[in-house]
Design a protein around this ligand. Structure first.
Ligand code: FUB
Length: 305
């Protein structure tokens, strides 16, 4: 049996993994940490796509969307997620606006590997810096949800067109309680930090996220569950612990592919790795019978499927 090797690619630094299964292929969208830093901060200008049919052999589709394609944005091509609806692909991407602040852009394409074309204006644009790390999911009844946010978790109800949302309902703020996200050291007093990943398995909704434990600087991954798509959320536990030598961020992306469950995450483990030079990795995991998930260990790779 063949075995893949983490990280997924060693040709560039990648972060913020977002898997999407479409047909017999797993598409993996990532951000791209540039080698050369500007102002010693995250220097990220484009989004990348990789695909596989067997978890071992990966195709690099290169740059599929970039800041150059978004006339109104000038920096911070941060954590994206892609979804298909009615034959079109929608890539939700946080960006920094030329006139200040973070907001969520949408790239639209007829193909999962792009090229993506910008909607032309921000989809979500609030007067604060909370609009990052979008995660999108279409429920069984057809309602699409876009969750996002740091330090607060918020959501909008996307319209069928996927490029606008129900303005009457507006941007909804999830109650940031300890019951929902555990006690933690982030700004809300909970562990919820950023990087939400929203999905449903059976009748249970999952919110996986990057989290800050009390007294811990680096992010770990945690999860909460709910019986409904908009909560109330119940803290579930740690999904991936921080370890010795870990970097400041981690970022979850979860999918089921060919009967196997995968957690994508990022580390600083490539040569030259740092908090601004990250690399996307993958681990396989299983759910317990009650839907709970045990701590997933960082690993060296996964088996061929
Ligand atoms: O990669 C830039 C930011 O760092 C992401 O938006 C966060 O989730 C964290 O990974």
């Amino acid at each position: 049996m063949k075995y893949s090797k983490n990280p997924i690619t060693d040709s560039i630094y990648t972060a913020d993994p977002a898997p999407m299964v479409y047909g017999d292929t797993l598409y993996l969208y990532t951000t791209h940490d540039e080698d050369e830093l500007v102002n010693d901060f995250y220097t990220m200008n484009d989004w990348r796509c990789f695909s596989t049919k067997d978890m071992v052999n990966w195709t690099d589709h290169g740059k599929i969307f970039s800041l150059d394609d978004i006339e109104w944005a000038d920096a911070r091509a941060w954590a994206p997620q892609c979804i298909e609806r009615n034959g079109k692909f929608y890539l939700y991407c946080p960006v920094h606006k030329k006139d200040g602040g973070m907001s969520i852009a949408v790239g639209i394409s007829d193909s999962p590997t792009g090229p993506f074309k910008d909607l032309g204006h921000p989809l979500v644009d609030e007067p604060d810096w909370n609009d990052i790390d979008p995660t999108v999911f279409i429920d069984d009844d057809g309602q699409a949800y876009l969750y996002f946010g740091n330090p607060e978790l918020r959501y909008v109800l996307l319209n069928e067109d996927m490029i606008s949302y129900d303005e009457k309902v507006g941007v909804c703020k999830v109650p940031m309680t300890e019951e929902a996200f555990n006690k933690g050291s982030h700004d809300t007093g909970t562990s919820y930090g950023e990087g939400p990943w929203f999905y449903k398995r059976g009748d249970l909704y999952y919110m996986v996220y990057a989290a800050f434990a009390l007294g811990q600087q680096n992010e770990h991954l945690a999860y909460s569950t709910s019986k409904g798509p908009t909560g109330p959320w119940k803290y579930g536990g740690v999904l991936m612990a921080t370890g010795e030598g870990d970097i400041f961020t981690n970022h979850p992306g979860i999918c089921e592919f060919k009967g196997h469950n995968y957690l994508f995450y990022h580390t600083g483990e490539l040569p030259g790795g740092s908090l601004f030079h990250r690399s996307v990795c993958v681990a396989e995991f299983d759910y317990n019978a009650d839907g709970s998930i045990d701590v997933v260990e960082k690993c060296s790779g996964v088996s061929e499927v």
